[in-house]
Write a protein that binds this ligand. Sequence first.
Ligand SMILES: Cc1ncc(COP(=O)(O)O)c(C=O)c1O
Length: 475
Amino acid sequence: MTPEEFRAAGHELVDWIADYRAGVVGRPVRSEVAPGWVRDALDGAPPEAPESLDDVMRDLRDVVVPGVTQTQSPGYYAWFPSNASLESVLGDMASSGLGALGITWQSAPALTEMEQVVTDWLRELCGLSDDWHGAIHDTASTACLVALLAARERATGLSEARGGLQAEPSPVTVYASSQAHSSVTKGVLLAGFGRDNLRVVPVDPVTYAMDTDVLSRMMAEDVAAGRRPAAVVASLGTTGTTAFDDVPAIVAVARQHGAWVHVDAAMAGSAMLLPEHRALFAGVEEADSYGWNPHKWMGTILDCSLLYVRDVELLIRVFSTNPSYLRSTADGEVTQYKDWGIPLGRRFRAMKLWFHLRLAGAEAIRARLRRDLANAQWLARAAAAEPGWEVCAPVALQTVCLRHLPDGMTDPDTLDTHQQEWAERVNATGRAYVTPAQVEGRWLVRVSIGAEPTELRDVEALWDLCREAAGSIAP
Ligand SMILES: Cc1ncc(COP(=O)(O)O)c(C=O)c1O
């Protein structure tokens, strides 16, 4: 494709994206395609000769669009917001157009230095001190794994340079609450700690925050038995109910044993942009690493996950490689992000954050977050005031956890089934998408407000829909 051909096709694609976003409201929010339908529709002989853009665009419209959940719809309340602001889409396009290769500072100095600039901007916007050093990863799962690998190496005095964990004289242990995201368990397993060395700390039955007394006991028992606590993963904004662990208490306990504290605020981290909500993030400044995803609520298109660490020197000792072909005269003077994590090749992810922040401005982002928080409070008040409904977890941010309790329905399992049924009825309308989830053994329905176009009137319509759906189920 020549640049001139690209210009024509690109204009068409941009028009298509703009039309798609403008018309997303009318589309069924949950993808209703059957398993295999997309594959069958797209399958055929591999293209030997070029096809027309029209043919590709037709499949994009007719097959791909119905084959995705409409996360940019005002009716999207599932999982967590996955906003893709159009400002950040432009940045992603610029990054693709540039096609920069991020393997060392030398391969694209702007890629490295813009990443320093935007991670510093977000650090400042979140009120964190300049003791923190940030990098952009693909996901919070990777960020957590990186933190756990650093924690492992700190706890074992860089065992990777000897026989690794296999040669360690005693096990090293990791702690996280029962409400921590599944990526924490995955990280613990992949970092080689082993499931037997993951301590699942129970949570408070009302707030769903980690029980730090039990954490303290578990750590003391491990130490008494000759095991070495390596890390605690604290969750700020759990996936189930947006619960906030008590980070100051966790840091205090972890410090007694020299354990690393990683704070996972994948979704909730956006709220740190709001000074009036910073109290929820107390203690983060004392942790060892802190991760959150602008690609969720804040709205910088996936994939864009920030990991801040305090001890970059340790990170570099754990992750650095230095093959001859990657060396340059700038070594020693510049940041080499390849030494801050797992991959060598790096996309120019900073560009989408840079476009997003520059074209939208922090104040507009903050205003949108505040709108969502107010909408969540509206829904929580409406549900709490409605007989037969329960708001079953504190509404710390923008996710409201609901249970419908019909008159006379008392059997816990029947109630669990009922929650899943009414959520399914809501979702089947195509007008909204909510997620039922099991939290500490019981089913509830999560309404995660915060899609970029969702206004109060949409939340009001959703609430009508929830009541209609739940009321339509015969007892
Ligand atoms: C609290 C929490 N941590 C981690 C993750 C994983 O995020 P990612 O998809 O970026 O790996 C999620 C995803 O929703 C989450 O809610």
